[in-house]
Design a protein around this ligand. Structure first.
Ligand code: PLP
Length: 445
């Protein structure tokens, strides 16, 4: 195969458009305007096929927490590939990387989330969660408890169950979603939907939609509530302070399992190891992926409480699993990634070094004439854009047009920022330094 970095960019783009179907992309657009070809990366910087350097304000897809180009990860992966490239964890077999990572995750996770069920990423981990919580309640003699409540605009993945749990209308509109027994309530997006309420009042009101939904369905029908501590792909929706305590109270009061989808928030992004610690959430299950391996190898999983795991363990075979559950190379890579996060104190970089500086600069963007709200927690930030701050009006050009223009403006300025409608968002690698913050802000405005 002669395709390499040395081919001219236009040729690579034409081959890409001809043969490669991209996620969340209109193929016809690629045929008209080729995709940007990324050829290498180091630290927080990507390089494209024209040799242009780009600051990655999104850490890939919110995942490259330790930054790019880590030799020690490559070495660990190579060693594991030579020693044991693959073996499964089905049918009473196991291997050292899967054991070591499980033990490490149990030690790191808050509360009694002492058990891990491995997946290949976040979507399939959430599929596991759907089956696991229903299986758990059946094992408890309550097979009727199977409805899972989620939120509009949530993102929980692209599989049938993941996208059904998610609350993205454009996804539900394709392929016959959502699957049965998944229902959605509102999201705590005060800026867009809070009306005359204070953020605190609105946070409570949105949390109480959960209690109302449980009452409507009947507590004996509801298995679980799932939510991201901070909604990511929905536009970095940072909840009012009143939201999570009320959600926790409601789940406890009604015997509803709480699933925290930490695929983005986990492993340092919010300034604690887990978003659940930032918001004082006590989940029964946590979905993890992305920052678990910083994207160097595909891996995800469900961290499961003693009560849920022990109940399921006593209930016979759990008829569920993936060929790559606990893939040895991914587990070895994840362990080395976690070592780097801890040894280099990357969570502290977010909470006390670069984080406060980024927060200060980010807040100043609220002075921009088109920015209605600038919010950030740790290394997850969003700007709500509007032509009229007082009324929070939408742009006349139609939802998302201004966001797309800003995204392209940043990209042309050698900065990756993402737009969700007319919200601009960042989620940079956790190694970001203050000088990188200055570059980021300069290139954004
Ligand atoms: N859950 C959340 C909160 C996510 O942000 C994502 C991906 O962006 C997923 C689940 C799906 O993970 P994956 O793309 O690894 O399947």
């Amino acid at each position: 195969n002669m395709i390499s970095n040395h081919l001219p960019t236009e040729e690579l783009q034409a081959l890409d458009a001809a043969h490669h179907m991209h996620p969340f992309t209109a193929g016809a657009d690629l045929a008209r305007k080729g995709a940007r070809v990324i050829t290498r990366a180091k630290g927080v910087t990507l390089t494209d096929s024209n040799g242009v350097d780009i600051l990655d304000g999104m850490a890939g897809l919110w995942c490259v927490n330790i930054g790019y180009g880590r030799d020690s990860i490559a070495e660990v992966a190579a060693r594991q590939l030579k020693e044991l490239p693959y073996y499964n964890t089905f049918f009473q077999t196991t291997h050292v990387p899967a054991i070591a990572l499980a033990q490490k995750l149990a030690e790191m996770a808050p509360g009694d989330l002492n058990h891990v069920f491995y997946a290949s990423g976040g979507s399939d981990a959430n599929d596991t969660n759907v089956r696991l919580v229903r299986h758990y309640w059946a094992a408890k003699g309550k097979p009727e408890k199977k409805v899972i409540i989620s939120r509009r605009n949530a993102y929980h993945g692209s599989t049938m169950a993941g996208a059904s749990l998610g609350g993205m209308q454009p996804m539900h509109a394709q392929g016959g979603l959502p699957i049965a027994d998944i229902v959605h309530i509102g999201q705590p997006n005060w800026w867009a939907e809070g009306g005359d309420m204070s953020p605190e009042e609105f946070g409570l009101a949105r949390a109480r939609e959960l209690e109302a939904k449980i009452a409507e369905l009947g507590e004996d029908k509801v298995a679980a509530f799932i939510a991201e501590p901070i909604q990511g792909a929905g536009g970095v929706i940072i909840p009012p302070s009143t939201y999570w305590p009320e959600i926790q109270r409601i789940c406890d009061a009604h015997e509803i399992l709480l699933i925290a989808d930490e695929v983005i928030c986990g492993f340092g992004r919010t300034g604690n190891m887990f978003g659940s610690q930032t918001y004082d959430i006590r989940p029964d299950i946590m979905t993890i992926a992305k920052g678990l391996s910083s994207g160097y190898a595909p891996i995800g999983g469900s961290l499961v409480s003693d009560e849920v795991a022990n109940t399921v363990a006593e209930a016979g075979d759990f008829n569920h699993g993936y060929t790559y559950s606990g893939h040895p190379v991914s587990c070895a890579v994840a362990l080395e990634n976690l070592r780097i996060i801890e040894d280099e104190k990357l969570v502290e970089n977010v909470s006390t070094h670069t984080g406060p500086y980024l927060a200060e600069k980010w807040a100043q963007l609220a002075d921009h004439p088109l920015v209605g709200e600038a919010k950030i927690v740790g290394f997850m930030g969003s700007l709500a854009m509007t032509p009229d701050k007082a009324s929070r009006a939408a742009f006349a050009a139609g939802a998302g047009t201004a966001g797309l223009i800003c995204r392209d403006h940043c990209f042309a300025n050698q900065l990756v920022m993402r737009h969700v409608g007319d919200r601009m968002i960042i989620a940079p690698p956790l190694i970001l330094q203050k000088s990188d913050v200055d570059t980021l802000i300069e290139r954004a405005v």
